[in-house]
Design a binder for this molecule. Sequence first.
Ligand code: ADP
Length: 483
Amino acid sequence: MNTILGAAAFLFIMILVLAFYLFNKLQIISALRKTVEHLSKTVRELDYQAKMIIQGDMELKLYQEEVEDKLNKLTLLKNLIISSLHILDKEKLFLQIDEKTINDLGFKKGLIVTTDFEEKVNVGFERNEIENIKDFILHKKLLVQSLPLISADTEGTKELFTALSTRDFLIAPVKAREKVYAIFILANMLIPIDVRRAEKEIFSIICMYLGQCLDNIQLFEELYNARDDLEKKVKERTNELVRSLREIETISRAKTDFISGVSHELRTPLTSVKGFSSLLVAEKFGKLPEEAKKRLQTINENVDKLVDMVNTLLDIARIESGKTEVKIAPADIAKSIHDVGEFLSPQMQAKGIKLIFDTPETLQVYMDKNLIERVFINLLGNAVKFTPRGGTIKISANVNNNQVIISVADTGYGIEKENLEKVFQEFFRVDNDINAEVKGTGLGLSLVKRIIEMHKEKIWAESELGKGSTFYFTLQLAKETNI
Ligand code: ADP
């Protein structure tokens, strides 16, 4: 009995141990199952992520390829711009579109024909293909010229891709000044894929750029032609002027010769008339009736005037023909001024005119002494003639750097502004009441001007009506010679 009980107890214990063991195992199995489930979920996620990475990588690669492609095309555009920037000739411009450019655009063949069917560029097209293209352009003129870009997707192009036996082509107009100048055709892509947006975009840009270049070239040609025209006109006008100048020179020479000849011819009889009239007035041939003497005095005065005129005319003619020799050397102008003042003092005294000198004691200038003294005689003589009684005349010499400005100022009747330059013309005398009374030939200032110009110096006048006139001329200061 005990044995049975012992066996039963043992069995019970064993069962208990087994149950415990089983329970333990079941728990381990459950934990393992959970782990397996978790692992398989992780594996699934990893698989999904790997797929995502591969897809992303592929997209990235495609994107990179696209970017590279665009970059290449931009480089092509940049190179084209740089190489054509200074081109001012249409033919040279189209030379830039060569096989490399066509290939860089992604195509094997390229053709540019003008609207008059002049072939500017042909890369790879056969003769019959070109004829087909020309036919197409002719028949679809409106379509080709009005659309900015034509591809196989454009309606009405079927006959062209049948003729070219390819669907990958692009056509665009090259416009200059809003008008179609040429048509650009690309065909057969290097890599056989459909023509993409990138190719279309870059092709459109290049066609627009070529149009812009043509605009610039046309503008340059117009400018160049305008300049050419202008140059031609300037040349023609210059020739005309030279001709006129020669004619004027010939006329002037003839005039000088004429004046010189006539003056010479007049001088001898005038001298004789003067001699006789002086003797007659001096009653060397016997007493004259009062009336006859008066008339003879007028004749004598007029002969003086004529002699003066003939002499001045001869002087002007000599200067104009270059026969007068100018001896420019350092000389004391202050002395010349005083000498001439002295010489004319009787006339001044007769009119009660006061003469003021405003000059240094000595002043060396470059001049032809005799000619400049004639200038003073004329200027001072005029000042006396055109200054009323009791007036003042002032002769000044002012040094300014190397230049000496000499002026003869009077308090006379003055000269109107519009006559200030005319007084230097031959035979010009102001048409006024004073000149009706004052004697003159209108040649004095003309001679003065020529003498100053022979010195390569300037002369001018300033005046105010009723207040007086000032005549200025310049000479060059001479360095001290007597040190
Ligand atoms: P002329 O004195 O013999 O008439 P000029 O050639 O010396 O000839 O002068 C031309 C004209 O200029 C004069 O007739 C006169 O009208 C004007 N003129 C010259 N000098 C003066 C002056 N100092 N004041 C006013 N008028 C002058």
